[in-house]
Design a protein around this ligand. Structure first.
Ligand code: WTA
Length: 675
C-alpha cells in the first residue's frame, strides 16, 4: 500500500465508523479553537495560570526566557519546587495520606493462575520508603545535589521509589530500559558520568529470570565513574558472586534506617535537571534529553487533567515500561502528582496466558487505560475470548501512544475493550517533548472526538504542518510537523541535550528554525492533526525508538562485517521492523546461515533484543550516492514495493539490482513457507 493510500485511509476513517454514543460529539470544534487561540494570545499568562495550580516553595518571577544556548529556554524562572514533594508530601499532608498510590503486580502466578505477589502502597507507605531510600543515598552513598546516578531497573516498585528518592535530594538520574544490553547501558552511564548504578539481582519476564546484575557488571568495566553497584533484591539470588568491593544490597543499606526517617526535600530551581533520558536519533550515539523540574511538572500536571481527566476515584493504568519516557511521565511523575491510584505490572502482557492484561483490569477495576497500538495488534491476533471472559466495565477512558493507531486497532480498543462507552484517543508526543502535546482532551470537555486522529494541539501548544521550505501546507496535505513555540516540558537547560548544546540545536532547529519533530503529519479541515510516522531514519519497532545508525554501528563493529545498512519495513504487529543489508569481509564464513545467526546474536548483545533485525541480507555492495552516502531510501522503497524515485545521484545501479533480488528471494522463501 502506497503512502498516499494510507493517508486517504486515515482521512476517511471517521466516515467508516458509525458511533451512536460518540462522546462529547455535541460540542463544536470551533469552541475549542477559540479557547486554544486565546491560550496562545495570552501565552505566558495562560501557562502561569496552570503553573500556579502546583505548590511552589518559592514563586516564579518569569514564565519563560531564553537560556544560555540557542533554543534552550528556561521555564518558570526563579521558582523553586520538588517533584518528590509534589508526588508525596503534598498528599501525605492531605486526606490522601492513606489513599492507595501504587498497586503493583509481579509476573509469577500460582497454580490457579492468580498472581503470586501483589504489593499495595498508600501515599504514606510510599513517602516513608522514599524518605528512607533518600536517606541512604544522601548519608550512606554521599550523593549530593547535582550528582548523577544510573538506574537499570525492571518494573518493580523500587524503580519509582528510586526515582522519587533521587528527585527528593536533587540527584540527576538516567533510567536505562532493562531490556538494553551491557554496551547500551555502559554508553549511557559514561555519557552521564554516573557515580552509582542501581539494578536488581534479576527480574521475571515471560516465566524466566533475566539476570540484570551480570549485565550491569559487564557494563561498568568500562565506566570509571561508577563507585558501586547497588542491588535491589527481586529474585533472591545472583548467578555470579556478590563482591563487597563492588556490590551492596539496598536492603542491607536500609536495615538500620528507621521507618519514620525524614529527609527534607531540596528546594530545586525550576530550571534544574530532573533527569536525562537517552533516545535514538538518525545519526550518532543516543542523545541524552534533559528534562527540567518546573516546566516538566507543569506540563504533566496539565495533561493529567486535560488528557486523562484524572479524578480521585480513578484506577489508572499505563502499560508502558518505565524505561521509556511514557513511564517516566505517565506512570511515575504525572499520576502521582495528581494523587492518583496507579497500577504497575512487572511482566509480559501474555504471561501465563493471553488474558493477563484483561485480568488486571478486572482485578483492580481499572478506569483509565493507556496503552500502545503494537500491543493491541498483538492481542488482536489471539481472538476475542481472552478479552470477553473478563469484566472490563469499569473502564471509562482509553488512550494509546507511540505510533499512529491503525483503524482496526482503534476499533478493537473502542468496541471490544471500551465496550463502545469510552473515548479512545491517540496522544502524540516524544521523549523530547516531556509530555503530551497533541491529543484529544476529554478532561476539557471541549474537543469532539474523531477516531484515529491525534487531535488538535493542546492549549498553549502551537503546532504547524509545513512543507520543505517551512511554509504551512493546506489542510489535507502531508507535511512536516513542527512546534512553533517553546513549551513547558521541552528539553531543558542548560544544554537541551546532555553535554551537547550544538547537537541539540542542529538536530531540532536547523531545518525549519522551529522545533522539528521528525514526523510527517497532515492537518484536516477541522484542525485535527494526523501524525503519519517518521520522516527520517528513526525506526519505531513495537513503539520503541531505534536509530538506524545505532544498528549499523553495531553491525559494522562485528569482525565479519565491512559495511552495513539498515532500514525499517512494515510489520503487522510491531508496526515496523528493521532489516539489514551487510557486505562481508573476505575472511567471513561462507555459510550465510552462520553469519546471519551470529549477527543476530551480536545485535542482541550490543543493543538489546528489540533491535534484532528481522532479516539480514548478504550483498556484495550497497546502493550509495557518488559521495558515498548509503541510500536507505532506495532500500526501503524496494522492500516495501514502492517506486524507488530519483536515483540520479546513485553511484552504481547494479547495487540496486542486488538489493532488490535479495529481497525478492526472501519474499519467495516466506510465501513458500506459508503456502
Ligand atoms: C511517534 C513516545 C503517531 C512519533 C512518547 C514520535 C506517535 C515518536 C504517537 C516519539 C501517536 C508517538 N501517533 N505517532 N499518538 N505517539 N508517536 O520518543 O513518530 O519514544 O516522533 O516517545 O513516536 O517516540 P518516543
Amino acid at each position: 500500500m502506497g503512502q498516499s493510500e494510507s493517508i486517504r485511509e486515515a482521512l476517511n476513517f471517521e466516515e467508516r465508523i458509525t458511533l451512536d454514543n460518540w462522546v462529547h460529539r455535541q460540542v463544536s470544534i470551533s469552541d475549542y479553537h477559540s479557547f486554544h487561540r486565546e491560550s496562545l494570545e495570552r501565552f505566558e499568562e495562560f501557562w502561569a495560570g496552570v503553573a500556579r495550580e502546583l505548590e511552589w516553595f518559592k514563586n516564579f518571577e518569569k514564565v519563560v526566557e531564553r537560556g544560555d544556548y540557542p533554543n534552550v529556554y528556561k521555564w518558570f524562572v526563579g521558582g523553586r519546587l520538588n517533584l518528590s514533594y509534589l508526588c508525596l508530601d503534598r498528599h501525605v499532608k492531605s486526606w490522601r495520606k492513606n489513599k492507595v498510590a501504587l498497586i503493583w503486580e509481579g509476573e509469577p502466578v500460582k497454580d490457579d493462575g492468580e498472581p503470586l505477589e501483589t504489593k499495595i502502597f498508600t501515599y504514606y507507605d510510599l513517602w516513608r520508603y522514599v524518605n528512607r531510600v533518600a536517606y541512604v543515598m544522601k548519608e550512606k552513598l554521599h550523593l549530593k545535589r547535582g550528582d548523577r546516578v544510573a538506574f537499570y531497573m525492571p518494573m518493580i516498585p523500587e524503580l519509582p521509589i528510586l526515582m522519587l528518592a533521587a528527585s527528593r535530594i536533587g540527584v540527576v538520574f538516567t533510567q536505562v530500559f532493562s531490556g538494553f544490553s551491557a554496551e547500551a547501558l555502559a554508553s549511557r552511564i559514561s555519557d552521564l558520568g554516573a557515580r552509582y548504578v542501581f539494578t536488581t539481582d534479576g527480574y521475571y519476564r515471560r516465566g524466566k529470570i533475566v539476570r540484570t546484575k551480570e549485565i550491569a557488571d559487564k557494563a561498568v568495566v568500562e565506566c570509571p565513574t561508577v563507585e558501586k553497584i547497588i542491588l535491589v533484591r527481586r529474585v533472591g539470588n545472583t548467578e555470579t558472586p556478590v563482591n563487597p568491593e563492588r556490590h551492596v544490597y539496598l536492603d542491607d543499606l536500609l536495615k538500620d534506617v528507621k521507618p519514620n526517617t525524614y529527609v527534607k526535600p531540596e528546594e530545586m530551581e525550576s530550571t534544574d535537571i530532573l533527569y536525562v533520558l537517552y533516545t535514538s536519533g538518525t545519526t550518532g550515539k543516543p542523545k541524552g534529553i534533559i528534562h527540567d523540574t518546573g516546566g516538566y511538572a507543569v506540563l504533566l500536571h496539565a495533561t493529567m487533567k486535560w488528557v486523562f481527566d484524572i479524578r480521585d476515584e480513578d484506577i489508572y493504568w499505563c502499560t508502558a515500561d518505565i524505561g521509556w519516557v511514557t513511564g517516566h511521565s505517565y506512570i511515575v511523575y504525572g499520576p502521582l502528582m495528581a494523587g492518583a491510584t496507579v497500577v504497575m505490572y512487572e511482566g509480559a502482557p501474555d504471561y501465563p496466558a493471553p488474558d493477563r492484561w484483561w485480568s488486571i483490569i478486572e482485578r483492580y477495576g481499572v478506569t483509565i487505560f493507556y496503552t500502545s497500538p503494537t500491543a493491541v495488534r498483538a492481542f488482536m491476533r489471539l481472538g476475542t475470548e481472552h478479552v470477553t471472559k473478563h469484566d472490563l466495565s469499569t473502564l471509562r477512558l482509553i488512550h494509546s501512544v507511540g505510533e499512529p493507531i491503525n483503524p482496526a486497532a482503534w476499533r478493537w480498543l473502542f468496541e471490544l475493550i471500551g465496550g463502545g462507552r469510552c473515548p479512545v484517543g491517540s496522544t502524540w508526543w516524544m521523549t523530547e517533548t516531556g509530555g503530551i502535546l497533541i491529543s484529544h482532551a476529554p478532561g476539557l470537555k471541549l474537543v469532539p472526538l474523531k477516531a484515529g486522529t491525534n487531535g488538535p494541539p493542546l492549549p498553549g501548544i502551537e503546532a504547524e504542518v509545513v512543507d520543505e521550505n517551512g511554509k504551512p501546507v493546506p489542510n489535507g496535505v502531508k507535511g512536516y510537523l513542527i512546534i512553533k513555540r517553546p513549551w513547558p516540558g521541552m528539553p531543558g537547560p542548560p544544554t537541551g541535550m546532555y553535554g551537547d548544546p550544538e547537537r541539540y540545536n542542529s538536530v531540532y532547529f536547523s531545518r525549519f528554525g522551529y522545533f522539528f519533530t521528525g514526523d510527517y503529519a497532515i492537518r484536516d479541515s477541522d484542525g485535527y492533526i494526523w501524525v503519519l510516522g517518521r520522516s527520517d531514519e528513526v525506526l519505531k519497532v513495537a513503539g520503541h525508538r531505534i536509530g538506524t545508525y545505532e544498528l549499523e554501528s553495531a553491525l559494522v563493529s562485528h569482525p565479519y562485517v565491512a559495511e552495513a545498512a539498515v532500514c525499517g519495513v512494515p510489520d503487522d504487529v510491531k508496526g515496523e521492523v528493521p532489516i539489514a543489508y551487510v557486505v562481508l569481509k573476505a575472511d567471513a564464513p561462507s555459510s550465510a546461515k552462520i553469519v546471519q545467526d551470529e549477527l543476530r546474536k551480536w545485535v542482541r548483545e550490543r543493543i538489546g533484543a528489540i533491535a534484532e533485525p528481522k532479516s539480514i541480507f548478504i550483498v556484495s555492495r550497497l546502493p550509495k550516492t557518488r559521495s558515498g552516502k548509503i541510500m536507505r531510501r532506495i532500500m526501503k522503497a524496494l522492500a516495501t514495493g514502492q517506486p524507488i524515485g530519483d536515483i540520479t545521484t546513485l553511484e552504481d545501479e547494479a547495487a540496486v539490482e542486488e538489493v532488490k533480488s535479495a529481497y525478492e528471494t526472501l519474499l519467495k522463501e516466506i510465501s513458500g513457507k506459508s503456502g
